[in-house]
Design a protein around this ligand. Structure first.
Ligand code: FMN
Length: 200
């Protein structure tokens, strides 16, 4: 199962493109799950170190809906709006709060795959910086980051929403980067998670 995590507090551009990405995977028979931070209570990590002793997080909030999905997933798509040239605070909180499941199982993320989607209101508003932040989280945790490659995608899928849902839907270049990145992600999925058992 591939888990898509949407880091936008709105049901707008980021959620739309993440759902498109998951639909592309489903078309090839890859099971997906969708999780959004929207309307969820997800606190910041308090660095209380409770998890180091008890192997679980002391803060009983909506991360407890996400933890089992993260443990089960074979791969991840992190989608974030660009806020001040980086990821949203909401998705950063998700990243920080994974400390509890890493402490519980040091290998929880290792040898899995991950890709990133960043949606900015400006054409060049920090999308690549946000993707690098997500890739850094992947690398730190042993998740293999999947890029889209040059000629259209580079580090991953980058969108220019002009701050609206209509704007992102018109962003042909953005969808090109999404298709390229998802194509590579699928290849990696079948290679890493299915031992090259690509049905096609
Ligand atoms: C607090 C805040 C900071 C933002 N900073 C940036 C930015 O640095 N670069 C950018 O391109 N867009 C920025 N935006 C615009 C959002 O990235 C853009 O509207 C995006 O489409 C939001 O995603 P959503 O439609 O899924 O909510 C910012 C928006 C907010 C609310």
């Amino acid at each position: 199962m591939i888990l898509g995590i949407c880091g936008s507090p709105r049901k707008k551009a980021t959620e739309h493109v993440l759902r498109e990405a998951l639909a592309m995977l489903e078309k090839d028979g890859i099971e997906t799950e969708f999780f959004t931070v929207r309307k969820k209570e997800i606190s910041f990590c308090q660095h209380c170190d409770y998890c180091l002793k008890k192997k679980e997080c002391r803060i009983r909030d909506d991360m407890y809906e996400l933890y089992p999905l993260m443990k089960e997933a074979e791969g991840y798509i992190f989608a974030t709006p660009v806020y001040n040239g980086g990821v949203s605070a909401q998705i950063k909180a998700v990243m920080d709060r994974t400390r509890a499941i890493v402490v519980e199982n040091m290998d929880v993320f290792r040898h899995k795959i991950g890709m990133a989607i960043a949606v900015g209101g400006d054409r060049i508003g920090g999308q690549e910086l946000a993707i690098q932040q997500i890739h850094t989280f992947f690398i730190l945790n042993g998740i293999i980051p999947v890029s889209g490659g040059f000629f259209g995608a580079n580090l991953g899928a980058t969108f220019w929403s002009k701050d609206t849902l209509d704007g992102v839907m018109e962003d042909e270049g953005g969808f090109r980067s999404l298709r390229k990145t998802v194509r590579r992600f699928k290849e990696m999925y079948f290679r890493i998670c299915r031992g090259n058992q690509n049905p096609k």
